[in-house]
Write a protein that binds this ligand. Sequence first.
Ligand code: ADP
Ligand code: MG
Length: 725
Amino acid sequence: MRFEALAKSHNRESVRIEELEKRSDLFAKNVFNNSKMLQFLTNEAYSKVQAAIFSGNKIDRKIADQVAEGMKAWALSMGATHYTHWFQPLTGATAEKHDAFFDLMPDGRGIEKFGGGQLVQQEPDASSFPSGGIRNTFEARGYTAWDPTSPAFVYKTTLCIPTIFVSYTGEALDNKAPLLRALHAVDEAATGVAQYFDKNVRKVHATLGWEQEYFLIDKALAQSRPDILMTGRTLVGSSAAKGQQLDDHYFGVIPNRVLSFMSALEKQCMLLGIPVKTRHNEVAPNQFELAPVFEEANLSVDHNLLLMDVMDEIADKHGFKVLFHEKPFAGINGSGKHNNWSLATDTGVNLLSPGSTPMKNLQFLTFFINTIKAVDTYEELLRSSIASASNDHRLGANEAPPAIFSIFVGKQLSDVLDDLEGVSKGKLSPEEKTELKLNVVGKIPEILLDNTDRNRTSPFAFTGNKFEMRGVGSKMNCAKPMTVLNTIVAKQLVDFKKEVDALIDKKNLKKDEAVFNVLREYIKTSKRIRFDGDGYSKDWDTEARKRKLSNNKNTPKAIQVLTSKDSLALFEATKVMNDKELVAHQEVELDNYIFHLQIESSILNELVYNYIVPATLKYQNLLLENIAGLKDVYGAAHKKLTEPQLNILEKMAEHMVAAKKLADLMTQAKIKSDKATSIAKKAQSYCDDVKPYLDQIREHADALEQLVADELWPLTKYRELLFTK
Ligand code: ADP
Ligand code: MG
C-alpha cells in the first residue's frame, strides 16, 4: 500500500481551475436569499418570511405553501431534483436524507411536488442518531423543523433546507436548536441594554467569524494509513527529520496543487454564499487556514459546517484528503478554529467597538465589561463547550491555548479598567463626571485594532473590536461554544440591567451614574479572569490555582460542569436548555468520548499486531539469514561481522515485546473500563486507564520504525505524508 500510494502521489498533477467570472458575480448564486425570494415569492409570503427572520414569528401553513412553491420553482430552475432537511445531530457532523421532488399522480403521470408540509417539518427515520436517552425508540420520533433565518441553498442537485432537530416532546436533539435559543436570549438581553444608549435599537445579533485550520494530505497516502482513515489522526509515526523548526512553511508560497484546490473550493463557497476571504499556509508543514468575512452567528455556524463538507468533496477531486482533526501529527502544531465574536445592532453598530464620543465609549465599556464578567462567572462552563476527545490533545497538553480560561485585554484597556475602579460610590460630582468623560472614557481611542501586544497564548483575547475565542477545535461544530458564550452574556446583561434599573429607580441615580456604579463593581469582582502574561507557563498554572480558576485537562472532567446546579439554573433562566436536555447532551458527549477512545485503541492494537510486528519479524528473518550466511562463510570469525545485526535484533526484540505487551494490557484495561457502573465513570476510566497506553505503545512503535528497513515498513512515514506536494 505504502509504495503504491507514494507512486500515485508522485504522479499527480494539479487540476486546472479557470476563474472566468468575478467572485462577486458568483456570490450566493445557489442560495435562496432575499433577491431570489423577491423574484419567486408573493409579496405576502416575502414579508411574512422577513418578519419571521426578524422576530421569530411563526409562519402559518398557507404562507408555508406559498414559500414552498417559490422555493421549488427556483430550485428546479437551478437543476435540483431532490430536497433535504439539512440538520446537525449531536454526532458533530451534518445529516441529510434526500427526497425527490418527483411524485406520481393517481392517473400515472409524473410531477414535481413540494408543499408547505415538506418545507416546514420532516420526520427522518432518525432512531440511530444520538439522543442521550431523550428519545426512547418506542416513543421514537424526532422531527426536523425549518429554520428560516438560514437560507435554503442548492448543493449539487439537492435543495438543502437548514433545520433544527427536536424530539416529539420538543427537546433539542441537535446543536442548532440550543444555539437559536441562545441567540434569541442574547438578542433580548443586549437590546435592552443597548437601548440605554440608543432608543432606536430593535435587535442585536451575535456575529461570528471563524478561522478554519486544516491539513491537506495526498489522498492515496492518507488511504494507506488505517489510523488516518479510521480516526483522522496518526496513532504512530516517527517524526520527520524536518518538522516546523525552520518556520519556512508559515505564510510561505502556497504549492500549486494546493492553490488549485483552494481556488476550486473558494468558487464553490462563493456559489453557496459562504463569504471566504483569506487563505494562507499555517505553521506546520501541509497545514493551511481559511477564514471568511464574519456573519450573523447562526448563519456563520451553518456556513462552517457546509464548508467542511464541501472541502471533503473538493479535496477528493484534487487527490487530497483534508484532516480536520485537532492533532493529526505528533511533534508539530495541531489545528484549531478561532471563533471571533461580537454583538451588532440592527442600526449597524458593533457594540464591542469603541466609538468617537464618550457616550459611545460608555456603551462599548458596558458590553466589554459585561462580557468579561460573564466569562469570569462561567469560565468552567465555557471551557466545557470546547471539550472533546480530539481537542484534549491541544487544551491542557502543551499546545495552543491552555485549558485554563482567562481574558487578555491589553495594556491600554487594562489601564482604563483600573481607572474606572476608582469611580465614587453613588452620585458622581460634576468634576468627576467631566474627569471621566475627558480622561477615562474619552481616552479610549476609536481604533484599538493595532493593539501591538496581542497575546497569542490567551484563550480569550480582545482584539480591538471583538473577542477571539481560541480554544475551539478545528473539527468542532462552533454551535457549542457559541451557545454557551451567548447564553452567559445574555444572563449577565439581564442581571446588569436589573442592577442599573434598581439604582435609577431606588437610589435616584442618573443613567450614566448607575452604569458607572455597576461596572465598577464588576471590574472589581472579575479581576481574577484577566491575565496578560504567558498562558503556557508553569507559573500561570500555579497562579490560576490561587485564583480558583478551573483547569480541567480532559473531557470527562471538563464536561461535568454541564449539569452542575449553577449551569442548570443558567440555562433554565435563559430558556436555552432544560434539565432533561442538559443531562442528555452531556451523556452524548461522554458516549462520543468513549467511542473515540474505543476506536483509537482498537486501531492501534491492529497496527501493532498486523502491521508493526509482522514487519519487524520480516526484518528479523532477513538479519538472521544474513547472520547464518556470514557464519557459514567465516566460521568463528563471523562474530565481529555480525555484531551490528545482533544489536539491531536485540533492540527490535525489546521494543516488539514491549509494544505487544502494552497492547495486551490496553485490551485488558478496556474490558475493565467497560464494566464501569455509570457512563461518566466509564468515560473517566477510558481517560485514566486506557488512554495512557496509546502514548506508551506509540513510543515503541516509533522506535521500531527507526530500526526496521525502510523498504519493509508498511506504514507511510511522516516525511512522506507531510512533505509530498
Ligand atoms: P487574525 O486573528 O488571524 O489576526 P483578524 O483579526 O483579521 O485575523 O480577523 C479574523 C477574523 O475575525 C475574520 O474571520 C473576521 O471575519 C473576524 N471578525 C472581524 N470582525 C468581526 C466581528 N465584529 N465579529 C465577528 N468576527 C469578526
Ligand atoms: Mg485569529
